[in-house]
Ligand binder design. Sequence first.
Ligand code: AMP
Ligand code: ZN
Length: 488
Amino acid sequence: MFGSLFSSKTAAHPPAVLLRLHNTLTGTLDEFSPLEPPTVTIYSCGPTVYDFVHIGNLRMYVMWDILKRTLMHFGYEVKHTINLTDFGHLTDDADAGEDKMMKGLRREGLPVTLSAMRQLADIYTKAFKDDTDELRIMPPTTWARASEYVEMQIRLIETLEGKGYTYETTDGVYFDIAKFPAYGKLGNINLEDLRSGARVQVNSEKHHPADFAVWKKGLLGWESKWGKGFPGWHIECSAMAIATLGKQLDIHTGGIDHIHTHHNAEIAQSEAATGKEFARFWLHGEFITIDSTKVSKSLGNGITLRHLRDLGFSGDDYRYWLLTAHYRSPVNFTVEALRAGKQALYRLKRVVFEEYATARPTVHEGYLDRFTAHLGNDLDTPSAVALLWEVVKDTTLTAGEKYGTVLAMDSVLDIGLNDEPDEGVRSLGIVGNSELPPEVQALMADREAARIARNWLEADRLREAINLRGYSVEDTPQGPKITKVTNE
Ligand code: AMP
Ligand code: ZN
C-alpha cells in the first residue's frame, strides 16, 4: 500500500536532484543518464553456485539492490541481469587455485560430469536466491545461468575468431590482447608491468601473459568447432549481458577484485565483437573483512547468512548494518557491530510500528529531498540512514509526517518499515497478551496486580518467573510489553 503511495509520487515528480555515480572507467563521480530513457540496463556479475555464498558476496547484491531502487526513485525503469556461474572453467586465468565447481563436486562426493555440476548448481542457486529474498533484494529481471547460454558463448567466440582477435593453442582458444589496444583501460592496467611481473609462464603457447582463454579444450563439456570443452569464465558475462540486455549496457557492476582481469576481459571481448562501447558506467563494491582479512571461503572465514541466523540475527539486521557503510568503503565485520545495528533497527521498528502506524502517512518534502540528494551522491546510504534517524528525532514533525517520510525512505532502503505494522511488531518478537501461554498470562496478571499494589519485590520475582519461561517484560507508558527472547 505505502509503496504505491510513494512510487506514484515519484513518477509524477521526478526529483530535480542530480544522480552521480562513481565510474571506475573515468575514476570520477559522473552524472548518470541512460542511453535510452526511461530504461536503465544493469548487469551484475553473480556468484559461482558451488557452495553457500558468504556475507561478503551478499554485500554486493544488497548494494546493487540499492542502486536499482535509487534509479527507480529517480523515475527510471530498470532491466537487470545477474548471472549464475554454474559450471567450472578449468582455466588458469579464472580465480587462483582450484576450480570452484570441481571443489564443490569433490566436497559433495559427486562425479565430475555435466549433470552432477547441474545438480550441485541447483542446490546452491536455490540457497543463493533464498538469501537474496531474506535480504529483501528485488529479483533481477533475468537470472542468467551460464549453462543455458553456451550456444551464445560459442557464437561470440566464433565472431571474435572471424575478426582475428583470437588464436588457437593445443589447450584452447585465447583472446589476443595485442589486437585490442584499449585492453586494460579499466583501472589503468599497464600491460608491460603485467608482462614483466608475470611469474613462470604457465602456458608457453600464450603470446602475452594477460591473454585469456575464451575456450578451454577438455574431455568434458560441450561440442564446438575447436573440440569438446568449456567456454572461458569471462566470455560468459559478455555473452549473457549482450543476450539479455543488448550490445550496450548503462551500468555494469562487480566487486573490486573483478576490475583488473575479469572486467577488462569482458570489455575487450564485447567491444571487439560489437564495435560499440560495452558499458558506460562501471561500479565496483569494496570488500568485507574480518580482522583485516577479506571474507573468503578459501581463507576459512566465509561466514554465511545461515551463521548469522544461528547467532540470532535477521536478514533485516544484516541489511541495516550494511547500509551504515558506503559501498566503496571496506568494512570490518564483527558480531558486536552487527549487534549494535540490530539494536538500532529494533528501536526504529518499534517506534515506527507502535507510535506512528496509527497516523495517516504524509511525506515531508524537505526531508525527502535531502534523502534523494544523499542517494544521488554516489548512493550515500550512511547519510541516508542518519537522516532517517533525524526524522524520528525531529520534535517538530507530526506522527503522520514521520510515518509517511520514513515509509518513503524505506521504499529505497527496505529495512522492513513498510511491513504491515502488526506483522512488523510480531517479527520483533513482541507478543500480544492473548498469544501467550496461559501460565505466562497468569504471571503477567499477578505482576500487574503486584505493581498496582506497589509490591516491587513481588513484581520483580514475577518478572524473573516470566523470564524463566522465555519472555521478557518491559514497562512502557502504554503498559507492559512482552517479548519472546531469541537465542542471541
Ligand atoms: P565470486 O563468486 O567469488 O565471483 O563472488 C561473487 C561476488 O562477491 C563478486 O562480485 C565478488 O567481487 C564479491 N566478493 C567476493 N568476496 C567478497 C568480500 N569479502 N566482500 C565483498 N564482496 C566480495
Ligand atoms: Zn562477470
